[in-house]
Design a protein around this ligand. Structure first.
Ligand SMILES: Cc1ncc(COP(=O)(O)O)c(C=O)c1O
Length: 443
């Protein structure tokens, strides 16, 4: 157990210590996000103190009523009694295709625009499908750091993955590093998020082109996870049909799947409705392996009528109406979703400053030579402390985060902070607690 140097901590020392013991977690630094959530809930309940909760990426804003009202109307009209189409209700497919055109400037047929039960399901379905295409290509490559649950998905599917931390391989250096994996011939697909969870780095057009060029060279499918689409607030990606557009690998290759979550961009996490968008080329591509295994050679067909049918038989009917209504409002320019979520950038700016003033360092701090954007997450470390110690010690100061060690990062001294649940009214508490921490751990 980590040594706690000063027992006069902002949260009662004995309560935190006891709850850590009761939780049964052997190493706090290796615990999953949901385990930490449970532990912090228990400490809060028993101490009657409110934490600065930065461990889980939950939206901190209200869902747009455009979505919830459309769901209520759809329910009143009786959609609950009917099975939805597996590939999505017609007007949702149209709105997804339009959204991709308006905000990424990418043309895609509505056939390949499919709602999924959160983008989590889109990732799972992609892994399941892609693994069936070619026996020799049996490994997913993560450009890390990344979202830990996607590796968990591969673990439960008993599929292989490889990973590298992109920290030292930005810009031109990405090419050689990526190619060192791809040339082995076992990689089926590459996955990364952009903007990145947990580090909030954003790939440049040059880096996306490097990924695409190599994907073409080695015939690899790119899964681009756009859970935080348009949330790099350094540029204004909010105007439908007008540049600048959210950068995407889809500009440089035809072999892609985009995962677009509604959880953060529309604060719609509870309805578990995301979008999976498949390029026309991949959707219509024929694979002899698929014909042998599933009786039909087409990628898109099998994805819908074999994989998604087996997983959940589509997405909750009313949630599809809600998403379609929000997308419609965004597409016609009557709802600016980016304006809403800019609040996260404002919070990150203040919170990063408070951390830095109290002896902390931002771990991932640059996009090539540019300072990182302020957004949903940031990463931090403290002097010579390792990540496990830092995470555990901060609990006594009423601050929770997750360790970068569970994200595929080599920076195991670092933690990820999610700003969404910290309201500006808590900044004073954050400052006080970090000051105490700094005082108790001066070196
Ligand atoms: C990078 C990334 N991908 C996917 C997801 C999951 O999104 P959804 O809620 O749409 O399943 C998250 C959620 O935190 C995420 O950060």
């Amino acid at each position: 157990m980590t040594l706690i140097k000063n027992k006069y901590t902002p949260i009662n020392y004995d309560i935190v210590k006891a709850e850590i013991e009761i939780s049964g977690i052997k190493n706090i630094g290796k615990s999953s996000i949901r385990e930490l959530v449970r532990l912090v809930n228990n400490i809060e309940d028993n101490s009657n103190e409110k934490f600065i909760r930065m461990e889980m990426g939950v939206p901190g804003l209200a869902s747009p009523t455009i979505g919830t009202n459309a769901e209520i109307t759809a329910l009143k009209n009786g959609v609950a009694s009917k099975y939805p189409m597996i590939d999505g209700i017609a007007h949702l497919k149209d709105e997804i295709s339009l959204f991709v055109k308006n905000f990424l400037n990418i043309d895609v047929d509505r056939k390949g625009c499919i709602p999924t039960v959160g983008s989590m399901q889109g990732g799972f379905a992609s892994f399941l499908m892609i693994n069936k295409l070619n026996k020799k290509k049996d490994t997913v490559l993560f450009i890390d750091p990344g979202f830990p649950v996607q590796k968990q998905q591969l673990e439960i599917l008993e599929q292989k993955y490889e990973t590298f931390d992109v920290y030292n391989f930005r810009g031109e250096a990405l090419k050689e590093k990526l190619e060192s994996y791809l040339k082995k011939g076992n990689i089926s697909s590459i996955i990364y998020s952009n903007p990145n969870n947990p580090s909030w780095i954003c790939f440049s057009e040059k880096e996306l082109k490097i990924i695409a060029d190599l994907a073409i060279k080695y015939n690899i499918i790119v899964i681009e996870d756009l859970a935080y689409l348009a949330m790099d607030f350094r540029k204004d990606y909010s105007k439908p049909g007008k540049p600048p557009y959210q950068p995407s690998v889809a500009n440089y290759t035809n072999n892609w799947i985009l995962l677009i979550s509604s959880s953060k961009i529309f604060s719609y996490a509870g309805q578990r409705v995301g979008m999976m968008v498949i390029s026309d080329q991949l959707f219509n591509k024929k694979y002899s392996q698929l014909e042998k295994k599933l009786g039909n050679p087409l990628f898109g067909y099998n994805l819908i009528y074999k994989v998604l049918y087996a997983l959940s038989s589509g997405v909750t009917h009313s949630a599809q109406y809600g998403l379609a209504a929000m997308l419609n409002a965004v597409n016609i320019g009557s709802f600016n979703f980016v304006e809403q979520v800019k609040e996260y950038g404002r919070r990150a700016k203040v919170m990063k400053k408070i951390f830095i003033e109290n002896g902390f360092t931002i771990v991932y701090d640059k996009d090539e030579d540019k300072p990182l954007a302020d957004g949903f997450y940031f990463t931090f470390s403290y002097k010579n402390m390792n990540g496990d110690e830092l995470l555990e010690r901060l609990l006594y100061y009423g601050i929770s985060a997750i360790s970068l060690a569970i994200t595929g990062s080599e920076h195991t001294e670092g933690l990820r902070a999610c700003v969404s649940q910290t309201k500006p009214s808590q900044f004073k508490d954050l400052e006080f607690r970090l000051k105490q921490f700094h005082k108790h751990y001066p070196n």
